[in-house]
Design a protein around this ligand. Structure first.
Ligand code: NDP
Ligand code: 2IT
Length: 446
């Protein structure tokens, strides 16, 4: 590796103790920059790499609220504004008990390159809280969101920082967050958040965008090999926003998704997932995948193990980070899996990625490329808000399709250009890096 890259890795390691996921995300990107730094040493100059790996701003705040029993609860809120070279910070908010600064920094770092890949003029950021929405009443979720926004509102804006959803933050939470922002500022500033309701500034296709885009990406990888997803068995993890719409798009393409999961277990449905039933249980009743299995004779529920033990052609991880380890990857490859398209952020460990890439006939798409459709359509939502326009479903989905095709083709072209043909990891990291780095060099040392 180029000595400058080694030095940056060592220094970031020392400066960010106790932040393994952040260092994991960072190491993957830095390691893939070798070919571009060799050819363009200016990218290792001007403190560019040192600046790129240090967030522009990290905001941590107290979020006090009162639960239904009248007890005071205290959570911690985060917003990491990582890089604004290409546009306002953009990225979701995650509400999950595992959230800490390390998790938000890893997600914010990934977001920089993902957002660059969309070509939509958006910088990278991420936020969230260790608030656990499971088992909370609507009232408690509302009070939490209001308290969270009471601190966050001073840092965000449609030209500065535009949050959206992620794990534990969907339409309901964005509604409460937007309401409180509007109340505090006295301004109906549609473009300050994305993932809004369709009646008050939301965009058609935003709900579907991440899962749809992920499966479109898998389809483009298949087409590049002269194949398609039709008739293919897919394993999907998760049962939230991304997983549900990955299943929907896979079914539209004639594939057969047979699994889903949540933190209590996973389901194998030999007849293929019944999407209406899954949506009813997850989106309407806020239930568990165990309820799905109980209502569906062809489905089995498992409390132990995971969906990656089920033989498949296409794996669509759509739950969380590091959910595919080396053993899982070996099992997938042994069972004949040919395509991996990540809907979640960093779902495969570095060892799992090595297994996929070493297998020879697995096309592996990292999250920052394959799940970019979500933030991509968020940018389209911002565009509609700015122009006070509303686009049709078909028009917006076509834009998503073209954006995903563009990302796919850019990744392949860059990988080829830098001597790593068909390597979507190099392709995604170098394409994203080059766009951000060029803007940072133009802006001087800031
Ligand atoms: P949701 O909250 O809608 O769903 C998350 C799903 O993953 C749930 O089924 C949840 O189960 C499961 N899950 C979450 N954490 C864990 C865990 N630690 N162990 C086991 N299961 C877990 O989130 P999304 O669908 O929006 O997000 C899923 C992934 O996609 C995340 O990695 C997110 O960062 C990424 N992503 C999301 C985008 C979006 O637009 N929403 C865009 C790009 C990426 P349970 O309910 O039991 O917690
Ligand atoms: O990880 C992601 O890209 C998201 N959670 C979506 C971010 C967004 O701003 O729409």
């Amino acid at each position: 590796m180029h000595p400058k890259l080694e030095k940056v890795l060592q220094e970031t390691d020392q400066r960010n103790p106790g932040e393994p996921e952040f260092l994991q995300a960072l190491t993957e990107v830095i390691e893939s920059l070798d070919p571009i730094i060799e050819r363009h040493p200016e990218y290792a100059d001007y403190g560019l790499l040192e600046r790129l790996t240090e967030p522009e701003r990290q905001i941590i705040f107290r979020v006090p609220w009162v639960n239904d029993k009248g007890e005071v609860q205290v959570n911690r809120g985060y917003r990491v504004e990582f890089n604004s070279a290409l546009g306002p910070y953009k990225g979701g908010l995650r509400f999950h008990k595992s959230v800490n600064r390390n998790i938000i920094k890893f997600l914010g770092f990934e977001q920089i390159f993902k957002n660059a890949l969309t070509n939509q003029g958006i910088g990278g950021g991420k936020g969230g809280s260790d608030f656990d929405p499971h088992g909370k009443s609507d009232n408690e979720v509302m009070l939490f969101c209001q308290s969270f926004m009471t601190e966050l509102y001073r840092h965000i804006g449609h030209m500065t920082d535009v949050p959206a959803g992620d794990i534990g933050v969907g339409g309901r939470e964005i509604g409460y967050l937007f309401g409180q922002y509007k109340r505090l500022t006295g301004v109906h500033e549609s473009g300050v958040l994305t993932g809004k309701g369709l009646g008050w500034g939301g965009s058609l296709v935003r709900t579907e965008a991440t899962g749809y885009g992920q499966v479109m990406f898998a389809q483009f990888m298949a087409e590049d090999r002269g194949e398609s997803l039709e008739g293919r068995t897919c394993t999907v993890s998760g049962s939230g926003n991304v997983a549900i719409y990955a299943i929907e798009k896979a079914q539209q393409m004639g594939a057969k998704p047979v699994t889903c999961s949540d933190s209590n277990g996973w389901v194998y449905d030999k007849d293929g997932i019944d999407l209406d039933l899954l949506k009813e249980i997850k989106e309407v009743k806020r239930g568990r995948v165990a309820d799905y299995a109980a209502a569906r004779p062809s489905a089995e529920f498992h409390e132990t193990g995971n969906v990656w033990s089920v033989p498949c052609d296409v794996a669509l991880p759509s739950a969380t980070q590091n959910e595919i380890n080396e053993e899982d990857a070996k099992t997938l490859v042994k069972n004949g899996c040919k395509y991996v398209a990540e809907g979640a952020n960093m779902p495969s460990t570095p060892q799992a990625i090595d297994v996929f890439q070493g297998a020879g006939d697995v096309s592996y798409a990292p999250g920052k490329a394959a799940n970019a459709g979500g933030v991509g359509v968020s940018a389209l939502e911002m565009e509609q808000n700015a122009s006070r326009d509303k686009w049709t479903f078909e028009y917006t989905e076509k834009k998503l399709h073209d954006m995903m095709k563009g990302i796919h083709d850019d990744c392949l072209a860059t990988a080829e250009e830098y001597g790593k043909p068909k390597d979507y990891v190099y392709g995604a990291n170098i394409t994203g890096f080059r766009r951000v780095a060029d803007a940072m060099l133009a802006h001087g040392v800031v």
